[in-house]
Design a binder for this molecule. Structure first.
Ligand SMILES: [Zn+2]
Length: 314
């Protein structure tokens, strides 16, 4: 048999679509139309992006299908498979004031990991930071890679704190996406994945009170509001180039704020509620008013304070 090597990657690459992988019938018809040959069968190889295609004239070919335009070299900086979070010794204050990150281009697509309503967003919640976006799902729902990338972390329940089963994917622009409370994994550690590729199954593991995806986006290990990247109700990307600003890393900075409001979160002074604290006492301590504290935190004057809760006071 004669062997030919072809690449369908460019022809089949689905850019900036909510479904980055081609549909099976698109794939088949693309292979069918190579030259004058008719494909009669395909065989998988050890490389998931490469198939052996058998033709009716007794020839065969390796065909690369939908291979992401990335290589291991794209992920050399701060590559660490031992830690969930990278760059713990680098403070937010030493990051650039702003940096432009290309999210999609002619060879890199995107895909919201799952779409749906948001049950909880990026904020200080009760007594701890909630660093991600929660989207309810049914256990077993397919979770897809947000962008082309390389799986950096796969951790099972008990080894990832409240995350439960956790996957972290590094992307070529330096962003990392976190997928938590999973019920199962599809992609493996250090595997290259393409935007839209199924990587895991949604679940209810770890610190979770119902099946949902907890999705985080981090840069240099620092989280910011993932709603700045995706509209999860439609699955659309907000913009092809994302300007990441240092004040976005503040837990009180979220999508929908004006730039000035977000920047102001960096200047705020916070009080951690201790035993015996009342809104009146806190207001007196910081030389402000109860009304002002309530407005800053979006709470009513009758709000019952929790120990450990953080309140913006100025
Ligand atoms: Zn969450």
């Amino acid at each position: 048999m004669k062997k030919i090597i072809l690449s369908l990657a460019a022809a089949l690459c689905c850019i900036a679509g909510a479904n980055a992988a081609p549909a099976a019938d698109t794939l088949k018809s693309s292979i069918d139309t190579i030259g004058n040959k008719t494909a009669i069968d395909t065989l998988a190889t050890a490389d998931k992006y490469r198939k052996v295609v058998l033709f009716n004239d007794n020839t065969w070919a390796y065909i690369d299908i939908d291979r992401p335009a990335i290589s291991d070299d794209d992920f050399a900086d701060n590559w660490d498979i031992e830690s969930i979070h990278i760059c713990k010794d680098i403070p937010v204050s030493s990051l650039p004031a702003e940096i432009d990150l290309a999210l999609v281009d002619s060879t890199h697509g995107y895909c919201a990991p799952i779409t749906g309503r948001i049950s909880s967003g990026f904020k200080f919640r009760k007594t701890r930071n909630h660093n991600g976006t929660d989207i309810p799902l049914t256990v077993g729902d397919t979770i897809r890679a947000a962008f082309d990338g390389k799986v950096r972390v796969v951790r099972t329940v008990g080894n990832a704190g409240g995350y439960g089963n956790l996957m972290v994917i590094r992307h070529p622009n330096g962003l990392e996406t976190y997928y938590a409370h999973l019920s199962g994994f599809i992609a493996k550690e250090e595997e290259l994945v393409k935007a839209g590729e199924p990587i895991a199954l949604g679940g209810n593991t770890g610190r979770s009170t119902g099946p949902h995806l907890h999705f985080e986006v981090r840069y240099m290990g620092k989280p910011f509001d993932s709603e700045r990247i995706f509209d999860f109700s439609t699955g659309e990307l907000r913009d092809s180039i994302f300007t990441l600003k240092r004040h976005y890393f503040n837990i009180y900075s979220h999508y929908g704020m004006t730039d000035a409001e977000s920047a102001a979160t960096q200047e705020r002074v916070y009080h951690t509620v201790r035993s015996g604290d009342t809104l009146g006492a806190i207001a007196r301590k910081y030389n402000t008013t109860v009304a002002r504290i309530c407005k800053l935190n979006g709470i009513s004057q009758n709000k019952i304070l929790r120990l450990g809760q953080k309140l913006a006071v100025r």
